[in-house]
Write a protein that binds this ligand. Structure first.
Ligand code: GDP
Ligand code: MN
Length: 378
């Protein structure tokens, strides 16, 4: 999950970093109110999961609440690189003297945390890497101990920062590392890490990506998840702990394992159908999980039939069948269901399905043909 800038900054502030006072707003009136509360000159910033807002005109200064409202009116509902702007962040403007870059990421290749610091902030780090690679410093701290004092001193020194800013930037290095590990983040990026004209180090922008698989460890971030989701079905799926992606077809798809579900989408598409969703129930699909998944898929009124594709192994066929049958009864399902399962206790499962008037399938392709046939006739 990606956090919005204003959410990232709330976490920065909690970690003790300097961020300007700000408020999020979803309407011009709220933006004016925010500007009035903050007082003085503010900056109005579009909240979307995409950088390059400055160049696109989605970061603008306002001297009065009326101006802030005007800017918010222009930004709200507009698109930035294909994403709709639903909120703006109104923040006390700062006088920036220098813009630096600081980030921490999980480097999968090195299986380590990689920290990046550059005196050349405010622009894409990829651009700096391409044009002035010697302007970028890397640090790979021990994941348990974190960056040690001497490593931080060397890191900051080599980055060629203003001596007066070194200690404060060094502190930010530690804080960013701590944030990454505390929240199981994949990325924490501050660009620019601004040095103001009075010498204060301020996080002027924030990117924060939390590993979805670790979300269960961070109930405090749950409210952000709900704000982040534009699609009500996906929001509901996340509330239920399901891995679900909403698509625009009419064949509901449920499977176990991301690869199998993706393959099922392909097979349905190849057979001339249109998948309505991706839903991975994971390994060991027990009755209750299958019920929950079916209930989820059927929230979408465009779903005219459901194909369940479960590959056995740890998942028992009769369990799956029982789950589907239970769900069918308790949810009062009216659309046709086709179930393909392979592996442990397949035959027992199929027999149970037939008894309950659910169509079993022998392969994913067979299942796809069957469900499309049933929807077509229905
Ligand atoms: P991005 O373009 O999406 O990465 O958005 P940023 O938050 O990084 O803002 C882009 C640029 O706007 C920054 O590099 C700054 O130069 C400028 N900027 C952002 N906030 C302020 C502010 O409070 N005061 C001033 N003077 N400039 C700002
Ligand atoms: Mn930025």
């Amino acid at each position: 999950m990606n956090l919005f800038e204003y959410q990232a900054k709330a976490l920065f502030a909690k970690a003790g970093m300097n961020v300007p006072p700000g408020r999020v707003a979803a309407s011009p009136e709220e933006a004016a109110e925010a500007a009035r509360t903050i007082g003085g000159r503010v900056v109005v910033k579009a909240q979307v999961h995409m950088g390059g807002r400055g160049k696109a005109g989605f970061i603008k200064l306002a001297d009065t609440p009326e101006q802030a409202a005007e800017l918010a009116r222009a930004m709200l509902g507009a698109q930035h690189r294909g994403l709709t702007i639903h909120r703006v962040y109104v923040e006390r403007a700062i006088d920036i003297a220098k813009e630096h870059y600081l980030s921490a990421i999980i480097d999968r290749d090195k299986r380590a945390v990689a920290m990046i610091l550059s005196a050349m902030g405010g622009m894409d780090i990829e651009e700096v890497a391409a044009t002035s690679p010697n302007q970028i410093q890397y640090l790979s701290p021990d994941p348990w101990r974190g960056p040690l004092d001497f490593q931080i001193r060397e890191f900051v020194l080599k980055a060629g920062l203003d001596p007066a800013a070194r200690n404060a930037v060094g502190l930010a290095v530690r804080q960013v590392f701590d944030l990454l590990t505390r929240y199981d983040a994949m990325l924490v990026e501050i660009n620019p890490l601004a040095i103001t004209t009075d010498g204060t180090v301020v996080a002027a922008d924030g990117k924060f990506e939390v590993d979805d698989n670790a979300m269960f460890r961070h109930p405090e971030l749950k409210e952000y998840l709900e704000i982040t989701e534009d699609d009500p079905f996906e929001a509901e799926a996340h509330r239920r702990g399901l891995t679900y992606v909403h698509l625009d077809g009419n064949v509901g798809i449920i499977g176990n394992g991301a690869g199998l579900v993706m393959n099922t989408l392909d097979v349905v598409t190849a057979a001339g159908g249109k998948p309505a969703n991706f839903l991975d129930v994971g390994g060991g699909a027990r009755a209750e999980l299958v019920r929950n998944a079916l209930d989820m898929v059927l929230q979408d009124p465009s779903v005219k039939g459901v194909l369940v594709n479960i590959f056995g192994g740890v998942t028992r066929g009769d369990e799956v069948a029982k789950g589907v049958i239970e769900a069918m009864r308790s949810l009062d399902i009216k659309v046709p269901l086709v179930v393909r399962m392979a592996g442990t206790r397949e035959e027992e499962g199929k027999a149970l399905l037939r008894e309950a008037n659910i169509t079993p399938a022998d392969s994913a392709a067979d299942g796809a043909r069957k469900i499309i046939g049933l929807i077509g006739r229905g």
